[in-house]
Design a protein around this ligand. Structure first.
Ligand code: PLZ
Length: 456
């Protein structure tokens, strides 16, 4: 932590509001934004950033906000982490781009070596680098289809895999991701996810897997399935953690069916869930993994890592892109991964869970609108419902988020029904800040709901 603060000496780790949110300078910039940026690009919180690091974001009006978003699970090592800054500065002064497909450089290879080390399984692996999570998912599908000679791709209810044409088809939710953007790619099939809060009470992971597998076998046919693509914990879909046993059973079915099991760990990866990857929790070894976000400390970099036999099945020249594995992004990734190792950020994520989950359960006990508290590591959420039901309450969710924003805490929403508040702090956030953010959240729930008298 001291090391981290060294690079940002003036960025005090505190929540401090000196204007209303958004302040006058942010409002001015929002006006400029509206006059020039497409309104198709949304804004969660209309404050413009001046600087960020550790667990805070300082805005252009001098407000300091607690960051429970990490740029959507990207700055796991914190903004401008010292090692990342140094590595990027060094690389950017050396060369910025040659295109790896034209004249290669060591950083790309070193990232692929690191990914082979940190991802599950000790089989022979290969990696290809790309720019975004969507692009990684697109390429994982290309590889799986090419290697198997099959076409069908199985995805799940509530899944999120991106916004490009193929990944829109893979993503479940219409608004805002797909609405009027079709036609979508074919040979994509959706099956039920294990969603313990909404499944029949007591449904086991194995039963939920059977439900999905029956549908695959009857509606697609095992022999037609190129790949089953799944987020081990769903991100945009609402931090849905499948019941224990679900992922291993689906992976096992893939092995028997000759289908490729692809884990989309774009959001769950790189210590976020308290392990290197969410697949680790149940010792699931994916055939292919899609990686991005947390990998490079905020620089755009993505990867497909997987079994050598699959990754090398593609003809030379079949995978690539101008910027994929950009040298500056690779330098940032190597520094980020080193930081995760040195600072045991997986342990930090588990400590975040240990702080957040008991407090959220306690809050849930006297807040009937909190239907479920779930997640793992530093990927924690509450699902908000109408009292005594499982009926989603998106309006209350939005209201609680707004109240948190007004008090200087960055929280995000998620879920097919827009009724999940999710927390994704940088893994380097201090415990004091985290507890203060939870105080603000509690006050926001108290202001937005009428707590019932406790029975005792
Ligand atoms: N797969 C599991 O979470 C990105 C999207 C935010 P890109 N999630 C945040 C938004 O509204 O666009 C994501 C993900 C999973 C793939 C992706 C796509 O990654 O880097 O945004 O393309």
């Amino acid at each position: 932590m001291t090391d981290l603060l060294a690079s940002t000496p003036s960025l005090v780790q505190e929540r401090r509001l000196v204007t209303e949110i958004p302040g006058p300078r942010s409002r001015e910039l929002m006006e400029r934004r509206a006059a020039t940026v497409s309104s198709g690009v949304g804004t969660t919180l209309p404050v413009f950033v001046e600087r960020a690091g550790g667990g805070v974001i300082r805005d252009v009006d001098g407000n300091s906000l607690i960051d429970l978003g990490a740029g959507i699970a990207v700055v796991n090592v914190g903004n401008s982490a010292p090692k990342v800054v140094r590595a990027v500065q060094e690389q950017v002064a050396t060369f910025t781009h040659t295109c790896f497909m034209v004249t290669p450089y060591e950083g790309y290879v070193a990232v692929c070596e690191e990914l082979a080390r940190v991802t599950p399984g000790d089989h022979e692996k290969r990696t290809a680098l790309f720019n975004s999570g969507s692009e990684a998912v697109e390429n994982a599908v290309k590889i799986a289809r090419h290697a198997t000679g099959r076409q069908a791709i199985v995805v799940f209810d509530h899944a999120y895999h991106g916004r490009t044409n193929l990944t829109m088809a893979l993503t479940a939710k219409n608004m805002p991701y797909k609405h009027r953007f079709g036609p979508f790619a074919s040979e994509v099939y959706r099956v039920p996810m294990s969603y313990p809060f909404r499944d029949a009470p007591g449904m086991s992971g194995a039963e939920a897997a059977d439900r999905a597998i029956r549908q695959i076998e009857t509606q697609i046919g095992a022999a037609n399935v190129a790949a089953v693509l799944i987020e081990p914990i769903q991100g945009e879909g609402g931090f849905v953690v499948p019941a224990t046993g679900f992922l291993p059973a689906v992976a096992q079915w893939c092995r028997e069916a000759g289908a490729v099991f692809i884990a989309d760990e774009v959001q769950t990866g790189f210590c976020r869930t308290g392990d290197w990857f969410a697949s680790d929790a149940e010792d699931v070894v994916p055939d292919l993994m899609t990686l991005a976000k947390g990998m490079a400390g905020g620089l755009p970099l993505a990867a497909v890592t997987g079994r050598a036999a699959l990754m090398d099945a593609v003809h030379t020249g079949g995978l690539g892109g101008t910027y994929g594995g950009n040298p500056v992004a690779c330098a940032a990734a190597l520094a980020s991964i080193e930081t995760m190792r040195e600072q045991d950020l997986a342990g930090a994520a588990r400590a975040i869970e240990d702080t957040m989950v008991p407090r959220l359960h306690a809050l849930g006990e006297h807040t009937p609108a909190i239907g479920d508290v779930r997640g793992r590591g530093a990927m924690i959420a509450v699902e908000i419902v109408r009292q005594g039901t499982t009926e989603p309450d998106a309006a209350l969710t939005a209201q609680v988020a707004r109240l948190c924003h007004a008090e200087g805490v960055v929280v995000l929403t998620a879920g097919t029904y827009g009724n999940v508040l999710r927390f994704l702090p940088p893994l380097v956030i201090g415990q004091d800040l985290l507890n203060e953010a939870l105080d603000v959240l509690e006050a926001a729930f108290a202001a937005a709901t009428t707590p019932v008298q406790s029975a005792g």
